[in-house]
Design a binder for this molecule. Sequence first.
Ligand code: KG4
Length: 352
Amino acid sequence: MGAMETGEQNIGKQKLCILGIESSCDDTSAAIVADGKLLSNVIASQAVHSSYGGVIPELASRAHQQNIVPAVHEAVKRAGISVSDISAVAYTRGPGLIGSLLVGTSFAKGLAVSLGLPLIDVNHLQAHILAHFIQEPGQEHEVPGFPFICLLVSGGNSQIVLVRGFNDFEILGQTIDDAAGEAFDKCAKVLGGPYPGGPYVDKTARDGDDSMFKFAKPHVPGLDYSFSGLKTSFLYLVRDNLKNDPGFVEKHRGDLCASFQRTVVECLMQKLKEAFKQHKVECLALAGGVSANSALRKAFTDFCEAEKVKAFVPKISYTTDNAAMIATAALYQYRSRSFDKLDSVPFARAVV
Ligand code: KG4
């Protein structure tokens, strides 16, 4: 085999069986999708970051090195296949932490070369959106019809994407600074909560009054977002109140989380509604880690109901980083013969 070739010559095995590998941030994941059905999805999360209140890139890369071989091995085992059944190797090329991405990229290339298999590079953000097309055996579900609009909200990105097809994405708007997930993480950190902070804020908000505190909403033109000002205004509100009342956080933990969450959800929904006004689609979807948020899910489904459009909310297990979505996205790239070259490199920043 030539130095820059992948094993595209081996296409045509009877059963299309894709190994997906995800290593963009702090989850090492491997999954097998065979004939369009998810057979396994193994996720090795990295507890090492929790004591730092955020992901430490250097530690993430090392943990991926430790986890990647066992994760792939386990995914193959749980799927009940052998390595020789795999028809293509897919991996997350970006965006993400470059050191983390390099681990998955190098592993995928090495495996594809050694097995003589085609290599498929997957865009992490597109994969989050295509998570709606993950099909588990015996649990087939309805999928969004094209075109649809997806609100993609994760720890690293916040975007509104018009999806015209499996390989046809248009970003209508995106954050100009921080992502919605980062804002949730920061809110939790200010309150002394754990990392990642989104689930903590969501849970703590349940007992709170969401109208007790007001935060200035950003004014960003078009369909773009901004969350950095909101983060700062939350920090200042807590800091200023603590000066007069050291028990302020303890007294108002639930109210602070609920008020902050309501503001983030209102910001997200306001631009989504605007996008829907501009592009009258029949389906709307949520994707990414923040789509697990209960208040966002409610606001989203209420809006879809009022507008009589179909609402697609991903299964909680597929909202955060996972390789099932990578293998699923790769399936459609395989079908359109979109393969990777062995000299391609990962990319850190968002491009859809
Ligand atoms: O999609 P994801 O796993 O990471 C990226 O690809 O960036 O999303 C992780 C983000 C974190 O910021 C986390 O705090 C947030 O999703 N998150 C939530 C909830 N569950 C996870 N944010 C708000 N409410 C939740 N229930």
